[in-house]
Ligand binder design. Sequence first.
Ligand SMILES: NC(=O)c1ccc[n+]([C@@H]2O[C@H](COP(=O)([O-])OP(=O)(O)OC[C@H]3O[C@@H](n4cnc5c(N)ncnc54)[C@H](OP(=O)(O)O)[C@@H]3O)[C@@H](O)[C@H]2O)c1
Length: 343
Amino acid sequence: MPPMKVLFIGGTGIISTACTHLALTRGFHVTVLNRGQRDGLRGPEQLVADINDPRAAAAALGDQRWDAVVDFISFTPAEIEQRIALLRGRTGQFIFISSASVYQKPLAHYLVTESTPLVNPYWSYSRNKIACEERLQRALQEEAFPMTIVRPSFTYGDTIVPLTLNSWPNTYTAVARMRQGKPVIIPGDGLTLWTMTHNSDFAKGLVGLLGHQGAIGQAFHITSDEVLTWNQIYEAVAEAAGVAKLNAVHIASDFIRACLPAMTEGLLGDKANCAVFDNSKIKRFVPEFVATTRFRDGIKRTLAWFDAEPERQVTDHAADASYDRLIAAYERGLEAARKDFGQ
Ligand SMILES: NC(=O)c1ccc[n+]([C@@H]2O[C@H](COP(=O)([O-])OP(=O)(O)OC[C@H]3O[C@@H](n4cnc5c(N)ncnc54)[C@H](OP(=O)(O)O)[C@@H]3O)[C@@H](O)[C@H]2O)c1
C-alpha cells in the first residue's frame, strides 16, 4: 500500500505543527501549504502560497490529488467557498478546523457533546465558524463534498501560554506580569471549569480521522478529559514560571466588559463559560485516542521553551497597561463600596 497522501493547509502553526509531526511519524506522505514565514519541521513536502490568493493556491497545488486535506486556516464562509472550488473532486476527505467556541453560550447543560446547539451571540469569530460549518453541510448534501468538521477547544503547545484575558498572540505577557509580582486578572471567582488540551494530544485524534470513511459528514471535538478551574490553571502557570505565590485579582466578566469591551468577545463568548467536553465520539471513531498530557506538565514544557531564548519573551505593553488600568478601576470601586458599607 502506498502511504496515505495528506495536505495540511497551514501545518506550521500552534495546532498544526503537532499534527504534521505525528502524521510524518505514522508514515503518511505529508504536504504542507503555507506562506513559508515560520520554521517548519523537516520531512513534509512544502508548497509556498497564500491560500487566500486563488491563483497562487491553484498554481501551488497543480494537478495533485490527496486522500485527505486538513484546512487549519479558514475563518469565513467566503474562504470555505474558495476551498470547495479549489479542492472539489481532488480529495477523498476535507477536514475543516472549526472551534469548540461554536457551542451554545450560555450553555443549557454543562457537558458539551457534538449535539450541543451551535449558537454564540457574543463572538463573531464563532458565528463565522458556524457559517463555515453550515456551508460545508450544504456542500455535503448537494454535491457529496467529503467534509469532516473538527472543533478544537483551547489547545496549546510549546509556543503559547493559554490563559484568559491575556494578549494574543503575545501570550508571555501574563507570565511577565507574574514574574514581576504584578497582579493577573482571573474572571469571575476563578471557579469556572475549563479544559486545556496539549497539541500533541489533539494530534492523536486528528491524525486518527485522516482517511476515515466513517467520519465523512461527521463533526467531532477533540480535547483532554482533564477538567480544571481557572484558578488551578493560573496556579499551574505560576508554578511553571517559578513564581512562589500567584497574585490574582478576581473581577466579574460584566465589569471587565464595561471597561474593556474590545477585549471581551472571547471572554463572554467562550472563556467565562464552563468548557467540559464529552469525548466519547472521538474515542469511538479513533479508539487509540487518549489525551495523556496533564496541564501541569505540558505548561512546564511551554515555559522551558520561552526561557530557552529571551527574545521569545515578548510583552504586549498596550495590553499590559490596560490590565493595570482595569485593576486600578476595580480597586477604586471596591474601596468605595467598602466605605459605603462602613468597612
Ligand atoms: N489554538 C486554539 O486554542 C484553537 C482553538 C479553537 C480553534 N482553533 C483553530 O485552529 C486553527 C489554527 O491552527 P494553528 O494553531 O495550527 O494555526 P496558527 O498557529 O494560527 O498558524 C497558522 C498556520 O497557517 C499558515 N498560514 C497563515 N495564513 C496563511 C495564508 N494566508 N496562506 C497560507 N498559509 C497561511 C501559517 O504559516 P505562514 O505564516 O508561514 O503562512 C501556519 O502554518 C484556526 O482555524 C483556529 O480557529 C484553534
